[in-house]
Ligand binder design. Structure first.
Ligand code: MN
Length: 324
C-alpha cells in the first residue's frame, strides 16, 4: 500500500503524528504595482493563492516617501460582484460614488462599498493634504445569493475592539472572538486590525480564531513575529508578503514591535469560482464583458460620479474572453 499510515496499522500513532505536524505558515510574496499614481503591494490575488475566505483582493498602499505629494488619484471606475473595504493608517481619502455618497475617510475608520450588480466610485487624496496615504484596500467577493444586489455604501467610525493580553484587535468586518463588526457582510469572515493596546509600545498576545476559517496576515505598519509553541523561535513577518495560516487554528500568537499594525483576514473557504478581471468579480467572461461594455458605453448601469478626475477607461478584454 501507499500513502499515509492509518491508525489501524499503527495503533496510537495518529495523535502523535497529528500533533507533531506544524500549523500552516505559507509565505506569499506581494507583487509591486501601481494604482492611480500610488505604489501598492498586491498581496491578493497571487498565482498560488486567489482567495482567503471570500477575500479576493488586498492592496497595501506604499507611498514612495513621507510627504509624497501625489497621493491617491483614482478616477471614476466601475465595480461588480464585490465589496470594497478601505482602512487607513495615515492620511485621508475622499470617496465619491454613483450613489451620491461623498465620504472622507481617515485612520481607524471603515469605508465599505457594496458593488452588487454595479456601482462606480472615485478615490482621491483631499486637495492640499500633505500626509502620505497609508493603509489598505481589500475586496470581498460576493456570493451567488448577493452578487446581483443593489449597491450600497457604509461608513463606520466606531468599531468594536477585542483585547487579548497586550493586543487590541479592531474588528472591521465580520467577527473575532466575541466581537462583531456592525458592517454589513454576506459570508462568514473576519477582517481585523491588530495593534498593541497602548497603540505605540511593543507587546504580545494570542487572538482567538475561528477554526472553520482560513486566515492570512499582512503587516500594514512596523514589524512583528509569529509565535509558535514554547521552545520554537519567533518567525519574523515581512511587510511585503501575505502569510497564509490555513484552516483549523483556534488561536494566533503574535509579538508586535512598537508602532506596528497587522491586518488579519479570514473566512470560510469561498466555494464558488470567482472570475476577476479589472474591477469586476463575476463568474463568466460573458458577465465580465457585458459589464465592461456597459462602462465603456455609459449605459447608466454604473451611474455617474461627481469627481474632478477623468473616468478610467476599461482595458481591452483578453483574447480568451472574446473566444467564450
Ligand atoms: Mn475601486
Amino acid at each position: 500500500m501507499s500513502g499515509p499510515v492509518s491508525t489501524t496499522d499503527v495503533p496510537g500513532e495518529q495523535h502523535t503524528a497529528h500533533s507533531s505536524s506544524p500549523p500552516t505558515v505559507e509565505r506569499i510574496e506581494s507583487r509591486s504595482t501601481e494604482v492611480g499614481g500610488m505604489a501598492v503591494a498586491r498581496a491578493l490575488p497571487r498565482r498560488t493563492r486567489r482567495t482567503i475566505g471570500a477575500w479576493c483582493f488586498l492592496d497595501r498602499f506604499e507611498p514612495a516617501s513621507p510627504g509624497d505629494p501625489s497621493g491617491m488619484q483614482v478616477g471614476p471606475h466601475p465595480h461588480i460582484g464585490l465589496q470594497t473595504v478601505t482602512w487607513l493608517t495615515e492620511g485621508a481619502v475622499d470617496h465619491r460614488d454613483s450613489l451620491g455618497v461623498n465620504q472622507r475617510i481617515v485612520p481607524r475608520q471603515l469605508n465599505l462599498m457594496t458593488a452588487g450588480h454595479g456601482v462606480s466610485h472615485a478615490e482621491q487624496t483631499p486637495e492640499g493634504s500633505i500626509e502620505p496615504v497609508r493603509g489598505a484596500q481589500l475586496w470581498i467577493a460576493l456570493n451567488d445569493d448577493t452578487r446581483s444586489m443593489e449597491p450600497a455604501f457604509e461608513h463606520h467610525a466606531e468599531l468594536p475592539q477585542l483585547r487579548a493580553q497586550d493586543l487590541a484587535a479592531t474588528v472591521l468586518v465580520g467577527e473575532l472572538g466575541a466581537e462583531h463588526s456592525p458592517a454589513t457582510v454576506h459570508s462568514p469572515l473576519v477582517g481585523a486590525a491588530v495593534t498593541t493596546f497602548n497603540g505605540t509600545g511593543p507587546g504580545r498576545g494570542s487572538l482567538p480564531l475561528n477554526p472553520l476559517f482560513e486566515h492570512g496576515l499582512v503587516v500594514l505598519e512596523g514589524s512583528a513575529s509569529l509565535l509558535g509553541p514554547p521552545g520554537t523561535h519567533p518567525e519574523p513577518l515581512s511587510s511585503h508578503e501575505l502569510v497564509y495560516l490555513g484552516l483549523g487554528r483556534d488561536e494566533l500568537a503574535v509579538e508586535l514591535d512598537p508602532q506596528t499594525q497587522l491586518l488579519l483576514i479570514g473566512g470560510e473557504p469561498f466555494d464558488e469560482e470567482p472570475l476577476m478581471w479589472w474591477n469586476f468579480v463575476g463568474r463568466t467572461w460573458d458577465e465580465i464583458s457585458s459589464a465592461s461594455d456597459a462602462w465603456e458605453q455609459s449605459t447608466g448601469r454604473f451611474g455617474s460620479v461627481d469627481s474632478p478626475l477623468a473616468p478610467m477607461p476599461a482595458p481591452d478584454l483578453p483574447e480568451r474572453a472574446r473566444r467564450s
